[in-house]
Every structure is written in structure tokens, then in C-alpha cells.
Ligand binder design. Sequence first.
Ligand code: AMP
Ligand code: MG
Length: 276
Amino acid sequence: MRYIDRFQVHQGDKVRLKDIDPGFKDHHESHKKAADEIERDRDKLRALQARLYADGRCSLLICLQGLDAGGKDGTISHILGAMNPQGCRVTGFRQPSTEEAAHDFLWRVHQATPPRGQVAIFNRSHYEDVLVVRVHKLVPQAVWSRRYDRINDFEKELVDGNTHILKFYLHISKKEQLTRFEARLDDPMKQWKISESDYKEREFWGDYMTAYEEALSRCTTPHAPWFIIPSDHKWFRNLAIARIVVEHLEALDMKLPKPSVDLGHIRREYHAAKAG
Ligand code: AMP
Ligand code: MG
């Protein structure tokens, strides 16, 4: 079964995250045994992005959501590492600035959407406005509860303008999150990432799960689907996400533009008389 079908949330599904195993790794025994497959997908991704760029008719938006230490940064390195940075842009969404907060919640997001031929990766996204905002009651329920429909309309408009949208929820267990926090404590390269608020947020785990379940259930559509990616194994998360992007892009049947000049003429004029 293609991963694009296997991990997709289908319209009408009622997501129950408790029922989904974050440690799932399909038939793969280990990272080592899957390494060749992972590399093959990265090669495919590289070639497909070059095609998207050359074809120039559509764009791709990859949206990453997950709790702290869910693996958003790691996924970005993996995906981006396989792409030409000239055709790709990453945007991280943090607490809105004063200027951003003075606008509609989609304002800052719209500006970061990809132009034709390009890939945009979102590290967090407009979904924070129905996640952290809901969990911490940053706006009244009457405000956030209307946002699901607004998000669906917004994404539909992007899709109508030839943007392809793939949204990934990186599903980790509460235990794995603590393990990763602990690892950060011991790793001088990662200590800067730790904050007390990360630990405080763990108290809201249940509220986040409820908020995610509603966002995943209400905002998955055939044109802008959500995927729930088992992410306790970092390598499996990378494998699954890259595979889904590859499967999606392969199905687009993108064409390389025809040469705009007469190649035969160029060959004759400039290359035939090498001696001269
Ligand atoms: P990080 O991804 O670790 O850099 O943290 C970014 C922080 O910004 C997270 O705690 C997010 O929950 C928070 N954030 C992102 N978008 C919003 C938003 N629209 N409103 C409030 N907080 C947000
Ligand atoms: Mg953080």
C-alpha cells in the first residue's frame, strides 16, 4: 500500500490519536536496513523538485506540525537536504509579532506560501491558531471555533491557484518526548533548545491531543490532506514523509519545458567546428 494512502486522514474520519502507534515502523527492522531505501527516496525527491521548478506550473506547500521535540527541525533537514535550496523556502511560525497580531491570523501565512515552481516548508503554521491558541485560551472559543472553516477555505483557494498542499502531524508518545528532552539536557549542541515552558506544556498534553484530533478531523480534504506520521523513530518519520512527497509529486506527471531554441542549429553552429 502506498504511504500516501496508508497515513492519510480521510475526510469524514474521526481521528483518535490514542489508537495510532507512534512507534510503528512498518516492515523495516532498523534504520540501518532501511538506509538504502531512504537514500533512493532522497534521490527521487531531488529529481522531482528539479522537475517542479522547470515545469513551473505549480508549487508545493509542506506543512509540519507536532509537539515540542516532535521532530519538525529534523524533518526539515532531511527533506531540505535532498532539495536545491534555490527552489525551496522554510518559514517558522512563532508567537505572532505585534504587527502580525494586528492582522487577520492568515495574513502572515499567505505571504509565506510558495510561488509557482517552488517548495515552501512550514515549521508550524496557521494550525497553531486552533492549537496553542485553543489550549491556552488566547482568544475566546467563539473566535477559534470559526477558524476551521476559514482554514479550509484558505487552503482551497491556494489549491485552486495550483499550490499542492501536504500536511504532516508528527505523532510522538509522551514518553518519547521526555526521552528527547533528557537527551537535549546531555547534548551541548542541543541544550539551547530547552526551556522550562517545554516541560510546562507537557501538563497540557491531553488538551493538545484533543485540539489536534479536531484539527486533523475537520481540516483534512482530498486537496489538502493531513497525514499522521508515527514519529517515535526519527528515521521512520523521515522515510515516511519523504516517501509521501515523492508519491504525490510522481503522480503529477510534470513536464520538462521544450527547448526554446533549435538544438540542431546550435550544435552545427557552435560545436561542430570544434577544431576552429
Ligand atoms: P518553536 O517552534 O520551538 O520555535 O516555538 C514557537 C512557539 O510559538 C511555540 O510555542 C508555538 O506554540 C508558538 N506559536 C506559534 N504560532 C503561534 C500563534 N499563532 N499564537 C501563539 N503562539 C504561537
Ligand atoms: Mg520549542
